[in-house]
Design a protein around this ligand. Structure first.
Ligand SMILES: *[C@@H]1O[C@H](CO)[C@@H](O)[C@H](O)[C@H]1NC(C)=O
Ligand SMILES: *[C@@H]1O[C@H](CO)[C@@H](O)[C@H](O)[C@H]1NC(C)=O
Ligand SMILES: *[C@@H]1O[C@H](CO)[C@@H](O)[C@H](O)[C@H]1NC(C)=O
Length: 460
């Protein structure tokens, strides 16, 4: 195999993409800034400043700089290589999931351009659009840029359209908080990045499991990191292909963003997630209906009337908008508020930048582990009491969810069904154990139904 030529080609692609990626990153950060100003405008009384708090002692094992040094432009450290390699055929720690497929080889011709909204008219997207048939997809116009401020007409109808980023409107199908008090559903968004390995090593050492909301454009760059996440027991969920605010996109574009990411994960891990997180939390009834029709439950993060969204603002440190100390203060006030909730909670953090990883492993995860009262830290599926096998369609045992559980979905968009839940069709007593089918049905989404009752209390 011409590994040398392949590596060179890959590196030049990576270099070209790095430039594009930075540009898009800036766009995304600019967008986040707007979302924040929109949501603080909608929350008079919510203060941007948090009380100063002493940082916890630095865990010297982590190699993380002092908190005061964690700022935009801080010197970068060497990135770490994967610690373990998992061969094709290895058995994942998910009951009924298929073994790892053959090692992922990135071939640019097989994928849409990274960090751009994939074309809406490809054969794959046309095939995936069929998954919407028979579902009621509300006929809502795309929003201007995903914020209230720029789109007064959409903002006026925010409650009707169930728009989360504009007023915090939720629906009973949204996952918003772990049900059990003092339980933190830990998650990291936007990876896998060059710094994810450092985070993974720390999580392994501390025996913490998390949910990784992965971006398709990053999955095809660092497949081995996603494999390590999955094989170590972390949960993998869809976080779109190019990280755009989904309410701004057409139905076809939303399907493309979710479909290509789902396919990238399937190619790398052999499984298809049944959950997703909308970038920026930007979801409304149209985006929700599309995600659910494609078999993905939306997961956002906790928001309370007093504090607004549980966003650590770690991404703002990377963007040079706040300091590491500011972000840590925000995190501490989130914890202060979280411990007074009757439910658990979900917080937004990122594994995209060295800064956000350093904040997590040096400070926030540290603070959580030494918190009094004690906090239980779990990946989101576990904290929601969703059986881990039901987080992926191939191992899912619920025959009514996802919507295509018993018929299957055309993951690669080639016109044939190729991912199917491991449910027995009604009346069928047994099925093929060697393919992971035939595990007994387990209640799965009832936790979601239970959420509806307290979701109302978490509205902004
Ligand atoms: C709750 O959040 C608010 C706003 O961020 C903050 O001022 C307050 O100190 C927090 N409460 C606790 C107990 O930390
Ligand atoms: C189960 O699946 C395996 C592999 O796909 C196949 O070889 C075997 O014949 C199947 N067994 C049954 C009972 O269908
Ligand atoms: C399957 O999912 C549906 C819908 O999300 C839920 O209402 C139902 O309780 C689940 N059924 C089983 C057997 O887990």
């Amino acid at each position: 195999m011409k590994l040398g030529a392949f590596t060179t080609a890959l590196l030049s692609i990576a270099a070209a993409n790095a430039i594009e990626f930075k540009r898009d990153d800036i766009l995304n950060v600019a967008h986040k800034r707007q979302v924040v100003s929109a949501s603080s405008a909608a929350r008079p009384g919510a203060s941007a400043t948090a009380p100063p708090a002493a940082p916890p002692p630095l865990d010297t094992g982590t190699g993380v700089p002092p908190l005061a040094s964690i700022t935009s432009g801080m010197p970068t450290q060497a990135t770490l290589a994967p610690t373990t390699s998992y061969p094709p055929g290895a058995t994942p720690p998910v009951k009924g999931a298929p073994v790892l497929p053959s090692a992922f080889v990135f071939s640019p011709a097989d994928w849409p351009a990274q960090d751009r909204v994939p074309p809406p008219d490809s054969p794959q997207v046309k095939a995936w659009m069929k998954e919407l048939e028979g579902h009621n997809i509300p006929n809502l116009n795309p929003t201007k840029d995903g914020t209230c401020a720029s789109d007064p007409a959409a903002a006026a109808a925010a409650a009707d359209r169930g728009w989360w980023t504009c007023g915090g409107h939720t629906r009973s199908t949204d996952v918003l908080a772990c049900p059990d008090k003092l339980t933190w559903g830990v998650s990291f968004d936007d990876g896998p990045s060059p710094y994810t390995q450092k985070l993974l090593n720390y999580l392994t050492e501390k025996q913490i499991l998390a949910t990784f909301f992965v971006v398709g454009s990053r999955v095809i760059e660092r497949p081995n990191v996603v494999v390590e996440e999955y094989m170590k027991g972390h949960e993998i969920s869809v976080h779109t292909w190019s990280h755009r605010p989904l309410t701004t996109l057409t139905n076809e574009q939303i399907v493309a963003e979710l479909g290509w990411t789902r396919l990238a994960i399937k190619r790398v891990l052999g499984v298809t997630p049944t959950t997703m997180r909308p970038p920026f939390g930007d979801i409304d009834d149209r985006v929700r209906a599309i995600a659910l029709a494609m078999g993905m439950v939306p997961i956002i993060w906790t928001s309370t009337p007093a504090t607004g969204p549980f966003d650590t603002n770690d991404w703002k440190v990377a963007a040079g908008m706040v300091t590491g100390q500011d972000s840590f203060n925000t995190f501490q006030s989130i914890f202060g508020n979280a411990t007074s909730l009757n439910t658990g909670f979900i917080v937004l953090q990122h594994d995209l930048y060295e800064i956000t990883v350093d904040l997590a492993i040096g400070y926030t995860l540290n603070a959580a582990q030494t918190h009094s009262p004690a906090l239980k830290m779990l990946p989101i599926g576990q904290c929601m009491k969703m059986p881990t096998e039901n987080l992926y369609i191939e191992s899912n045992t619920n025959n009514t969810f996802p919507s295509h559980a018993s018929t299957g979905i055309d993951t690669n968009g080639d016109g044939t069904l190729d991912a199917k839940s491991s449910v027995s069709a009604p009346g069928q007593g047994s099925s093929n154990g060697s393919s992971g089918f035939g595990t007994s049905p387990v209640p799965v989404m009832s936790a979601l139904a239970a959420l509806a009752s307290f979701a109302a209390g978490l509205l902004l």
